[in-house]
Design a protein around this ligand. Structure first.
Ligand code: TXA
Ligand code: MG
Length: 312
């Protein structure tokens, strides 16, 4: 299969309309989209990514009206969160409509829905004329792509088209919140922080450690966000053994490092992390030292991704 690169929303949307797969930018990471109501098209996403079929996909919408094409009902707390955070890096999990093929949600009776806060993404979904299911546009297990070049690196020849946009703003995936119960529960921390959620719905909470073991969010069982290099989380004054190592953080440590990136803020750190992981792999780096950050705001999501990469 030849993968077409284009900056034209219309050209990219044509591939969706004919049942194909298109990678497109959002404000979090690049997604790999297909028509959310077309089972054959959705199957192609799992094949292209080599994604386990028990890992459900998020549906992406361009208008609030599209929520009703995907879900049975919108409970009051979900409506409050949608009102506060759509468009933006928040995914709400709701009871799925029977119209959505069950392969999209790995057989679950729920579906994650989000409206990206990125003009190109919204234009593209609109031009496609349908909600799109879209996981991150990487090969399963690799770091999510934050540039179209990273998508190409993983999926060239495996998908129909890449809609070329800018590098993504946030660089980490959306916050996923289960809204099917009385109290919203954060299944995956992301750019919308628990502090921000609680300002709108004070009862919102994180998953407890023991709940994480249950099958709340099936995808969380799978490997995620990992470069081939070993990831080691370090404190501020860490001394690094410097053979074939790289470093990313807020302040550079002492010692020789082959590849080092100092970021001005936790936001820049988050934005740069996955591209840095990929660069390290291309350079054959063995160990990536990642500096710990405060777990407030984007820092909580950043530490979550670092821990997953370290635990791989
Ligand atoms: O920022 C994002 O969310 C990006 C962009 C492309 O929108 N997408 C993304 O998709 O990160 P993906 O497939 O790589 O991660 C989706 C996560 C997985 O952990 C999955 O298990 C969880 O969301 N998820 C999706 N649907 C779910 C559902 N119905 N119930 C529980 N968890 C769900
Ligand atoms: Mg992913």
């Amino acid at each position: 299969m030849k993968t077409v690169l284009t900056r034209s929303v219309q050209e990219a949307a044509q591939f969706i309309r004919s049942g194909g797969t298109v990678a497109f930018p959002t404000e979090t990471v690049y997604g790999l989209g297909a028509n959310a109501l077309n089972e054959q098209a959705i199957r192609k996403i799992f094949e292209a990514k080599q994604r386990p079929v028990d890992n459900p996909l998020i549906a992406h919408i361009s208008s609030l009206e599209q929520v009703s094409e995907l879900v049975e009902e919108v409970p009051a707390t979900a409506a409050t969160l949608i009102d506060a955070f759509f468009p933006g890096p928040l995914t709400v999990v709701l009871k799925r409509s029977f119209r959505v093929p069950s392969i999209a949600t790995a057989g679950l009776d729920t579906i994650g829905v989000r409206m990206p806060g990125n003009d190109l993404a919204v234009e593209f979904i609109k031009a496609s004329g349908t909600p799109l299911v879209a996981p991150s546009a990487n090969l399963s297990g690799r770091p999510s792509p934050t540039t179209w070049q990273a998508v190409l690196e993983d999926l060239n020849g495996r998908i129909d088209c890449i809609l070329q946009g800018e590098p993504t703003d946030i660089g980490l995936e959306s916050t996923v919140v289960d809204c099917t119960g009385d109290v919203p529960i954060v299944l995956r921390v992301g750019a919308v922080s628990i502090e921000q959620l609680r300002k709108v719905v004070p009862g919102a909470r994180l998953l407890e450690a023991e709940e994480k073991i249950e099958i709340r969010s099936p995808g969380m069982r799978h490997k995620h966000y990992a470069p081939s290099a070993r990831v080691v989380i370090v404190g501020k004054d860490a001394k690094l053994e410097s053979s074939n190592a790289a470093f990313i953080g807020l302040s550079l440590p002492f010692g020789d490092i082959l590849l080092a990136k100092a970021c001005d803020s936790a936001e820049e750190y988050a934005r740069s992390l996955f591209a840095f992981f990929r660069e390290c792999d291309r350079e054959g780096i063995e160990t990536i030292y990642c500096q710990r950050v405060d777990e407030t705001g984007i820092g909580a999501a950043l530490m979550d991704r670092l821990r997953r990469a370290e635990a791989r």
